[in-house]
Design a protein around this ligand. Sequence first.
Ligand code: SF4
Length: 455
Amino acid sequence: MIRHYCGLMGIYDHEDAAKLTYFGLYAQQHRGQESAGIVTIDDKGLHEHRKLGLVHDVFSESDFIRLTGKTAIGHVRYSTTGISSTPNVPPFIAHYHGHNIVIAHNGNLVNTDQLRSELEERGSLFTSDNDTEVFLHLLIRELRKYSLNEAVKAVCSKVRGAYSLLILMDKTMIALRDPLGIRPLALGRIDGKPVFASETCAFDLLEAEYERTLEPGEMYIVDEHGEHSEFLSANLPAPRQCIFELVYFARPDSYVFNEQVYVCRKQMGWQLAHESPADVDFVLPFPDSGVYSAVGFAQCSELPYEHAMIRNHYVGRSFIQPSQNMRNFSARVKINPVKPMINGKKICIVDDSIVRGTTMITRVKKLRELGAKEVHIRISCPPIKYPCHYGIDFADERELIAAKHSISEITKILDVDSLHYLSVDGLLRSVMHSENYCLACFTGDYPVPCKGCIR
Ligand code: SF4
């Protein structure tokens, strides 16, 4: 399973701020399942509830009695940097010279080791090993010299990597995207009040209106005087938004980077069918992530589309481990084939990606055991050959099957009759703004240099 770092939610000056933030996080649970937190602010100061767990486990009705205030920031997180313990649960909070500061971050900074040691040498004390805390310490230092807006800009000139941020200081909220716009952040409106979320599916649940996505490098500032926009610099680079949000991560009912995710995924399947048709009895999606590209593939190929793999939607993150002789249990417990559909059939599996290949090996083996005559695989993105350093938990390069093997080798490893991936060109033809995307996990062309990117 590929995991994402985070989902953000913020609302300004609304009577029901904490509850709306809760539902916004609930809609974005797919972006982080390890912890959830909400911080609100009123005249008495900050109120927080942050814990490890899923949104509906972390919050109970009584928590909202304490979460008073009309402005709130919320965060769901999956931790890949930093240990999974309560001090690491965002949003992060600081108190500085009578000011209350809150930060929620989606992304990954690539130069935090160096910045952290510089800060430690100058006396900063850290309570976690999270990169957001580095941002917070830098911000406090810059606030000695600048206003909040200028201090944020000064910090952004020092940090490198992917960051969409929600920052709250007293009565000012700032929503911003890094200069390349690697991670998403959208602006909506509910009852006339501004609301921010990583994905617009959060707005739909709140019945908020989606206004627009923030631009790469844009700071959207809301305070007692109103709302306005500034940019981190006058000379911003060309955007490099994460195309994998559209391939896999974002919910298909969301708009991300001004693209409708369902439409993009279906188009990826359509392009794939053009590039690599399959002579089969039916198209089989691997639920849930492969479903939308499989629809496009089947429609373009004029082939039947069968849900012959059924997902168990009630599998938790962990379960009592089965005895040793129940091999591949974790793969089987999540998804199970409809046996009579498989025997004697030529099948084309469509899925969004292959990372390590282990799950695919198990599933193909099962289809063979059930008598599939031919098994073909079509993948709706190019081979993932390089790790991501900007907030997606791809495996170590040594574990990526496409980093170590050619497509013909992978075909043999998976024991399939054919295997084709969508080309980079085909992927870019599936989106509207093709010039604006990061493709580094497919091409190795990293938009922000970092230690791990050097080949
Ligand atoms: S390397 Fe891949 S997953 Fe990471 S930001 Fe770029 S496109 Fe997204």
